[in-house]
Write a protein that binds this ligand. Structure first.
Ligand code: ATP
Ligand code: MG
Length: 358
């Protein structure tokens, strides 16, 4: 059994290095106890690297990412460092394209003690899967613009949709096995209006038929937006097109009371990137006050994915332990950063999570 894992580390810009260091420290501790091993490979890239070298994403860093078992990324890009044509520096988007990371995974979890605009104390824990390579983003930057008309294309393919739906049902099954969900996948679309979405739904139904033990249903995207606010606890796994997923994942972040506790994963056939939903937060960089929890929760998703993929049960169990430890620190409300209403620093929070593990 494979027990040593090479992880490419993109610590990037702004608060990136500050939240990455304590996360790697937690992972090292878990690995020692769990009988598996990490080899962390630094992959320089991002806006500061561009400023220093004129190259935002060196070929060597891409090679490190390709060769790794998984990729951990904290944050890349700075608002005032751009390419000469004015576009933002975001190597994470290059990674998504180069490695065909088609499934954007965004857990929406509202823990006890977590600030949320929802007036409910029901626990919310569902996962939004956003297709990330085609859909309405397919013509990104290549739309047709004429004097009095502009067009973009909505593209849905079998090559991407079939593995996307398989991933969604497998995730629902593993959540069910772990006691985290009832085992249900909701296809979010607009199949009543667009033929491309009827096609999307057909492929979803075909995959659903292969999973008799997992429930499957459909919802229109507009109704989904309403239900995410009115009764979010009824969702388990939700899978949708790129643009719909883009919008719904911000709605999800809103329900979670901000970005400080929002992890994500971008998953393909052979590669996966795990990173917090927030950006590089240059306004608080270098002060030691950034919340490391979204980064830590992203690392927990990496443990889930690597553990399941390689049959390392100790790793899968550690993913759950790490999440439970964060839950406990949030619920106690004793050691929290400013974004969650506390006064603690990054290192204090990381230490509290470490203590909550044991
Ligand atoms: P991007 O353009 O990269 O998506 P953004 O400009 O939308 O990023 P962030 O960099 O995520 O935004 O920052 C938005 C706000 O949230 C800032 O005020 C920032 O300080 C705060 N913030 C983001 N991440 C954290 C964190 N981990 N801890 C505390 N505050 C954070
Ligand atoms: Mg920004």
């Amino acid at each position: 059994m494979k027990t040593t894992f090479e992880i490419a580390i993109f610590e990037g810009d702004g608060i990136g290095p500050e939240i990455m260091a304590p996360t790697l420290d937690l992972l090292r501790g878990l690995a020692v106890e769990g009988g598996y091993d990490f080899s962390f490979k630094d992959a320089p890239a991002g806006a500061a690297h561009y400023q220093q070298t004129g190259d935002s994403f060196p070929a060597a860093s891409m090679a490190t990412a390709r060769g790794a078992d998984a990729i951990l990324l904290s944050a890349m890009g700075l608002p005032d460092v751009r390419y000469p044509d004015g576009t933002e520096i975001s190597p994470q988007i290059d990674l998504r394209k180069a490695l065909t990371l088609f499934a954007g995974v965004r857990p929406v979890t509202i823990r006890p003690g977590q600030p949320t605009p929802l007036a409910t104390d029901k626990p919310v824990d569902f996962v939004l899967i956003r297709e990330s390579t085609e859909g309405l983003f397919y013509t990104q930057g290549r739309g047709e613009v004429e004097a009095d008309e502009a067009r973009e294309t909505l593209r849905i393919t079998r090559a991407i949709s079939e593995p996307l739906f398989k991933f969604a049902f497998d995730l629902a099954a593993s959540r069910k096995a772990a006691g985290r969900g009832p085992g249900k996948v909701t296809c979010v679309d607009k199949a009543n209006v667009f033929r491309a979405f009827a096609f999307f739904r057909e492929m979803f139904d075909a995959e659903a038929a292969r999973h008799p033990d997992i429930a499957a249903d459909h919802a229109y995207v507009d109704a989904t937006a309403l239900w995410m606010v009115e009764r979010p606890w009824t969702f388990d796994v939700m899978v949708t097109e790129n643009m719909f997923g883009d919008i719904l994942s911000d709605l999800g972040a809103g329900l979670m009371g901000g970005l400080g506790l929002a992890p994500s994963a971008d998953i393909g056939h052979d590669h996966a990137v795990f990173q917090p939903c927030h950006g590089s937060a240059p306004d608080i960089a270098g002060q030691g006050v950034a919340n490391p929890m979204a980064m830590i929760l992203s690392a927990a998703m990496m443990l889930d994915w690597l553990g399941a993929r390689n049959g390392v049960d100790a790793m899968t169990a550690d993913g759950a332990r790490l999440r439970d430890a964060v839950d406990r620190v949030v619920a106690e409300r004793r050691v929290l950063t400013r974004d969650l209403g506390g006064t603690a620093g990054t290192a204090d929070v990381a230490m509290a999570v470490k203590e909550a593990l044991s």
